[in-house]
Design a protein around this ligand. Structure first.
Ligand SMILES: [Zn+2]
Length: 61
């Protein structure tokens, strides 16, 4: 079973700056160097980034 990885430069969905990806896998979380947003690699063929869910959000009732 080979892990598929990709190296690419894609646009940050938050600040529209360039995010350099190196050997990332699908579902990997990367961080934008410009705005610091956590980005999830939702697809690698083609490469698609989405803002990662904010895990620090308070779900308390
Ligand atoms: Zn950004």
């Amino acid at each position: 079973m080979a892990l598929k990885t990709v190296t690419a430069t894609v646009e940050c969905p938050e600040c529209f700056g360039e995010v350099e990806l190196k050997d990332v896998m699908q579902n990997e979380i990367v961080q934008c160097a410009d705005c610091g947003a956590d980005l999830e690699v939702v697809s690698i063929d083609p490469v698609v980034l989405e803002l990662a869910p904010d895990e620090e959000e308070d779900w308390g009732e």
